[in-house]
Design a protein around this ligand. Structure first.
Ligand SMILES: NC(=O)c1ccc[n+]([C@@H]2O[C@H](COP(=O)([O-])OP(=O)(O)OC[C@H]3O[C@@H](n4cnc5c(N)ncnc54)[C@H](O)[C@@H]3O)[C@@H](O)[C@H]2O)c1
Length: 311
């Protein structure tokens, strides 16, 4: 069996590559390396079942062609930085929606039916309904979330006139080894610069879920293998929410610091598009037998430890 992993040199994509190789797949990872790192797949050098191809998914023809010969596509590539969307208004369209369309066209052309898509809890915007179930539709708060929802919508529509099946997984915050952005990365680096003071964006009370990357990958495998499609959306998160202030506590503890003065930029949101509460309903995944194995606390600690030993 052959799999194509887009964004395969990225954080989550590289863990998907590892998992698929463990399962016995031959894997091609494509990435334009805009945010990805070849060192995320360096440990696979010499593995004949793995190849890396530098490819920009904005190139529609090359993207369609990359689909050929595979049995399944794990589409993990994206412009994944919500804050970037505020200054680069077309980035989410060009890197998130258009590549989805090129991949879907490639799937029709080359008769590849299954895609596993990395969507996001950002599709719910700031949902007033919590825990938020998969069938909840809300106002968009970021171009990134809008692009993920649009990509899901496009794939749903394609499944109406083709045999394509798409499983969309709406991740909460995913953390773990090789995670190089987000709140834990930010805190560790600020504290390395100044161990006495920590700037926290917002009021520190934003409440989110932190899902360990291997649990995230396991969730995608379970959802894909245990349901039939043709279009499915699943939340992948943690049953317990963690405040940004608690993330700071864990990072400070891992760095063995004390008496760190916290300075809050203030307000309920850290930035435009930052949702102050993410609480996903996990009932749909629970029904098919998936619950995360690693707690938020442990996932945050593991991430901080990895960042500290790799920076
Ligand atoms: N990490 C999270 O907390 C989180 C949460 C929700 C959803 N997601 C989604 O999961 C997926 C993986 O995220 P991640 O955290 O690993 O981010 P990441 O930035 O590490 O991985 C994304 C990869 O896509 C690549 N990429 C971007 N644009 C590309 C293009 N035009 N052509 C080819 N490659 C391109 C980047 O170089 C990068 O390696 C993304 O789709 C992201 O939107 C992540």
């Amino acid at each position: 069996m052959k799999a194509l992993v887009t964004g395969g040199a990225g954080f989550i994509g590289s863990h998907v590559v590892d998992r698929l190789l463990e399962e016995g797949y031959e894997v091609t990872a494509v990435d334009n390396l805009s945010e990805g790192h070849l060192e995320n797949v360096a440990h696979l050098k010499g593995d004949k079942r793995f190849r890396f191809v530098k490819l920009d998914l904005k190139d529609a023809k090359a993207t369609e062609k990359a689909v050929a010969g595979n049995d399944v596509i794990f589409h993990m590539a994206a412009q994944a930085n919500i804050r970037k969307s505020i200054v680069d208004h077309r980035g989410d369209l060009d890197n998130n929606l258009i590549p989805m369309i090129s991949l879907l066209d490639g799937m029709i052309k080359h008769k590849v039916n299954d895609m596993i898509f990395a969507s996001s809890s950002a599709v719910y915007g700031e949902a007033p309904v919590v825990p938020t179930p998969e069938d909840y539709l809300s106002k968009q708060t970021s171009l990134y979330g809008a692009s993920k929802l649009a990509a899901e919508a496009w794939s749903n529509a394609y499944s109406q006139f083709s045999p394509i099946r798409v499983w969309s997984f709406r991740f909460a915050n995913v953390v773990g080894e090789r995670c190089r952005r987000g709140v834990i990365w930010d805190f560790v680096h600020k504290l390395q610069k100044n161990p006495k003071e920590l700037e926290i964006l917002g009021n520190g009370k934003q409440s989110k879920e932190y899902l360990y990357v291997k649990d995230c990958v396991e969730g995608m495998m379970v959802g894909w293998q245990k349901t039939t499609g043709p279009v499915e959306a699943f939340n992948l998160g943690q049953p317990r929410q963690t405040l940004v202030d608690e993330v700071a506590d864990i990072v400070v503890q891992e760095m063995r610091l004390d008496r760190v003065l916290r300075k809050y930029t203030g307000g309920e949101h850290g930035w435009i598009g930052d949702n102050k509460l993410v609480e996903l309903s996990l009932e749909k995944m629970k029904k098919i037998g998936w619950v995360p194995g690693v707690s938020s606390h442990e996932a945050i600690s593991k991430t901080a430890r990895w960042i500290l030993s790799n920076s």
